[in-house]
Design a protein around this ligand. Structure first.
Ligand code: PLP
Ligand code: COI
Length: 362
């Protein structure tokens, strides 16, 4: 497949240094966006074509655009980090590119070649490099590649035209505050995904399905929802936007990829980092009753959630109907902190990248 050329059309009105610095000083998550975006079109007739880097700005859309009605949408999330030498690198972008292709396949959307995905991200990071936060904190530039249908019509079918875009947002430590273990609401009424469904694709529909349970969680004083399998309502799957790990002393366990949870790249990386550090790392099922019993009898020493946005975040308290429990006294556990530091050190370029995970951009 031919990788489209990306024509550079820079903005004539980029933000001033002072404006940008003010945003970088307190970025939050997904609040501010950089000066540019990348777009690549796809049509049945022409395939991938017209790659462009253009000023960031609104899209003009027909009200009968198919995406607005039937959710032909997939996305990715990855980060660009500034290393101590000033260079900028992304973490395992080929994994995001491959997952994007799998998501596309599941939604009968066109598959963007891996090289085109990586190139689009690189071009944007290179152009908006000043938006990559300075080395030293936990800030990074979050990249959001995504694809929507651009065909107009109300028939339910795959579209004959799509648009791939990449936008970028500086993000801070806010969503990664390791000192604030999360409180989780275990949803036994709502499910996120079903066998044979779209749970393992990164598509907006899965997040739409999570919103009501998230509201319930918030009204119960919880930060995130934990979903169980849809059939038995017994096996722990994942959170709305993060995978989960259970720590039993020197052993860490994460639920297997059943098809209804997202194959997280952080999840996968932690399996390797943990083994590098001498821990036993396993993929096996954990039931909600076992979670509660093991936390209460103390064999379960820590639980943490992980993802690109969340990095590794401890889970302090868990609530389900009729019960509340804690693990590691509701505090961040030592295995969680050790794995978190080991992963961040690789991403931030502080240690040797022995698995070849970092992709140098600018
Ligand atoms: N699970 C869900 C539902 C997510 O949205 C995410 C975030 O991308 C993850 C898990 C973690 O995936 P990754 O580590 O690739 O960011
Ligand atoms: C990420 O961690 O990249 C995510 O996409 C999670 C959430 C913001 C949807």
């Amino acid at each position: 497949m031919v990788v489209p050329v990306i024509e550079i059309i820079p903005s004539k009105s980029i933000r001033s240094d002072a404006e940008r610095e003010a945003m970088l000083a307190d970025p939050g998550f997904g609040r501010y966006f950089t000066d540019h975006m990348v777009t690549i079109k796809w049509s049945e007739k022409r395939g991938w074509h017209e790659g462009q880097l253009v000023p960031y700005g609104p899209l003009s859309m027909d009200p009968a655009n198919m995406t607005l009605h039937y959710a032909h949408e997939i996305f990715e999330g990855m980060k660009a980090y500034r290393h101590p030498d000033g260079e900028v690198a992304t973490f395992r972008p080929e994994e995001n590119a491959e997952r994007f292709r799998r998501s596309a396949r599941r939604l009968a959307m066109p598959e963007l070649p891996v090289e085109a995905f990586i190139k689009a991200c690189d071009v944007l990071v290179d152009q908006d490099e000043l938006w990559v936060p300075a080395h030293g904190g936990e800030e990074a530039l979050y990249l959001r590649p995504f694809m929507i249908a651009t065909e107009v019509g109300l028939g339910v079918r795959p579209a004959d035209e799509y648009l791939f875009l990449v936008i970028a947002s500086p993000v801070g430590a806010l969503s990664t505050d390791v000192n604030k273990p999360m409180t989780i609401w275990l949803s036994e009424d709502h499910v996120r995904a079903v066998p044979g469904g779209i749970g393992d694709a990164k598509t907006g529909g899965n997040y739409a399905a999570s919103l009501l349970a998230q509201v319930e969680a918030t009204t119960r004083g919880c930060d995130q929802v934990c979903y169980l399998d849809a059939v038995e309502r017994r096996w722990v799957e994942e959170l709305g936007g993060m995978n989960l790990y259970f720590v039993y002393g020197d052993k860490i366990v994460t639920p297997p990829l059943t098809g209804s949870l997202l194959p997280g790249i952080t999840r996968d990386s932690i399996l390797t980092v943990a083994r590098d550090l001498g821990y036993v790392a396993e993929e096996s099922r954990v039931s909600v009753d076992q979670w509660q019993a093991d936390a209460e009898n103390g064999t379960l020493t820590e639980v943490f959630a992980c993802g690109t946005a969340a990095v590794l975040t401890p889970v302090g308290t868990v609530k389900r109907t009729g019960a509340t429990w804690r693990q590691s006294g509701g505090q961040p556990g030592k295995v969680t902190l050790k794995l978190r530091e080991a992963l961040l050190n690789i991403q931030q370029g502080l240690v040797e990248d022995k698995h070849g995970w970092m992709h140098m951009v600018a």
